[in-house]
Design a protein around this ligand. Structure first.
Ligand SMILES: NC(=O)c1ccc[n+]([C@@H]2O[C@H](COP(=O)([O-])OP(=O)(O)OC[C@H]3O[C@@H](n4cnc5c(N)ncnc54)[C@H](OP(=O)(O)O)[C@@H]3O)[C@@H](O)[C@H]2O)c1
Length: 209
């Protein structure tokens, strides 16, 4: 696939590396063109840098790998408000939570629904927010493949994102429409809260450890 990545940080690098390794092509954009160029160079074959609008245009899928506070800016730069992402699967892995606490900061709505409003016509899929980026760069060979819970309204987009999850070594599990996103986001907040309390989140979910 031809994947657009918005963002040049840890998650962009981890997923960009895993997807290029799987044979996909990634086009990377960030608010810093220099960081996008540097990341594309580090990823090597199959990766290149572009501006945000080009990174999202005509892609099979786009990953929104920026902090939740940067989502509006980068999607605006990409022309999301003008429909550049119309019909495109848009993966939202953002965690709009209070750092170190895990409380959601988006009020009654989910971050995924905010993202959908910022990019009208995009087929938003909430996914890949529950695992640390190291899951995709240094998976524990002793553990079984992880299940990646996701939700979204467009079946074709869910299938595309599911295929990309499999290419990461995960197993996709579709939990329902985008209206379920807040629940998935709360789970990440809960997990983050435990982690920052010094607890292994797996120990709080009996049978899952
Ligand atoms: N890392 C993980 O393990 C992980 C796991 C699950 C979900 N996530 C989620 O994935 C997203 C990215 O996480 P990360 O760890 O990759 O973060 P990161 O390393 O801190 O990178 C954040 C990215 O967001 C960009 N950004 C921040 N504000 C922006 C703005 N106003 N306009 C445009 N770009 C902006 C940064 O650009 P600059 O470099 O120019 O500041 C950078 O490219 C977050 O929403 C996070 O909650 C991360």
């Amino acid at each position: 696939m031809n994947i657009g990545i918005l963002g040049t940080g840890n998650l962009a690098e981890a997923l960009g590396a895993a997807w290029t390794r799987a044979g996909h092509e990634v086009t990377i954009a960030g608010r810093s063109p220099a960081k996008a160029e540097a990341l594309a160079d580090r990823l090597g074959a199959g990766a290149r840098a572009a501006d945000a609008r080009e990174a999202v245009t005509g892609r099979d899928a786009v990953l929104l790998a920026v902090t939740w506070t940067g989502a509006a800016d980068i999607l605006h730069s990409a022309g999301g408000h003008e429909g550049t992402l119309e019909g495109t699967p848009l993966i939202d892995p953002t965690n709009a939570v209070e750092h170190g606490v895990g409380v959601l900061l988006t009020g009654a709505e989910s971050m995924a629904e905010r993202v959908a409003a910022l990019a009208p016509g995009a087929h938003v899929v909430k996914a890949l927010h529950l695992f640390a980026s190291t899951q995709w760069t240094a998976p524990d060979p002793e553990r079984p493949p992880v299940t990646v819970a996701m939700c979204g309204d467009d079946q074709a987009a869910l299938k595309t994102v599911g295929d990309l999850v499999r290419d990461l070594g995960g197993v996709p599990a579709v939990l329902g429409p985008l209206a379920r996103a807040r629940q998935l986001e709360e789970v990440a907040g809960f997990t983050i809260g435990l982690f920052f309390s010094g607890v292994d989140p797996r120990s709080a979910l009996p049978g899952l450890g």
